[in-house]
Design a protein around this ligand. Structure first.
Ligand code: PRP
Length: 236
């Protein structure tokens, strides 16, 4: 019986500490998370921050894309990584996690209070090892990329005139089959570049995932969002 009492005491204590971050009443704090590798890393980070969102883990959630986390007064939306900023900007989610690549490409009206240091990789320019571009000699340069805005800004900053060809994946093959001279893409281990005999010309910026917050949510739900930020900041 004592053990049961102890367990129930522990439960009371636990829910009391959780009540701190639910901050009483109100609708659940909604967070948009991108499916894939960032999701796994984000769930570990939140757990360390005392916010157990593991019910949103694929193995537990199955195909559910809206996962209520009732004891924390939260709700997780599982969305495509490129859709996170739209959910947050339009207030359908209060906060979200998105890579710097996605945020810079879309350049939406969002706060980005925290770099979470997860999902690290880099945005690079690359070209075929055996066919380097001579920028001063080649008149019509073509860059293939999933990130036309980032590419446009990069080329503009360098004063390079080039055509940008927007693709949706498998970017590395574009220069091998005559679609482009160079690519702008994410590199993590470098293995995809190596396998396609491409070499990095330059890094445009390092990439990691960031917490993003909508303007309306920041105004209306500032206390709860500040609590999440403070907790995450302690464990990054
Ligand atoms: C990303 C990126 C590169 C690859 C880099 O592609 O666009 O292709 O990962 O990783 P690596 O340096 O570790 O080899 P993703 O897997 O998202 O597929 P996609 O090209 O079809 O978008």
């Amino acid at each position: 019986m004592n053990a049961v009492k102890e367990r129930s005491k522990a439960r009371t204590k636990k829910s009391a500490s959780k009540a701190v971050h639910t901050n009483g009443a109100g609708p659940p704090l909604t967070i948009a998370l991108p499916r894939g590798r960032i999701l796994e890393e984000a769930l570990v980070l939140f757990e360390r921050a005392g916010l157990d969102l593991s019910a949103a883990d694929k193995s537990r959630a199955g195909r559910k894309l809206i996962i209520p986390i009732e004891d924390l007064g939260m709700r997780v939306l599982i969305v495509r990584d490129t859709d996170v900023p739209a959910y947050v900007e339009h207030g359908a989610a209060d906060i979200g996690i998105a890579g710097r690549d996605v945020l810079e490409e879309q350049d939406r009206d969002l706060y980005e209070p925290l770099d979470l240091g997860i999902g690290r990789c880099r945005m690079v320019v690359a070209e075929p090892e055996g066919k380097p571009v001579d920028e001063s000699a080649q008149v019509h340069l073509r860059y293939a990329t999933k990130f036309p805005e980032i590419t446009r800004r990069h080329l503009q900053a360098r004063g390079t005139v080039a055509e940008i060809i927007k693709l949706y994946g498998s970017i590395e093959i574009a220069p091998l089959v005559g679609l482009a001279d160079r690519i702008v893409d994410l590199v993590s281990s470098g293995e995809t570049l190596r396998q396609h005999h491409l070499r990095e010309v330059e890094t445009i910026f390092p990439v990691s995932a960031r917490l993003c917050v909508g303007r309306v949510a920041a105004k209306l739900r500032g206390d709860r969002i500040d609590d999440v930020i403070a907790r995450l900041r302690r464990v990054i």
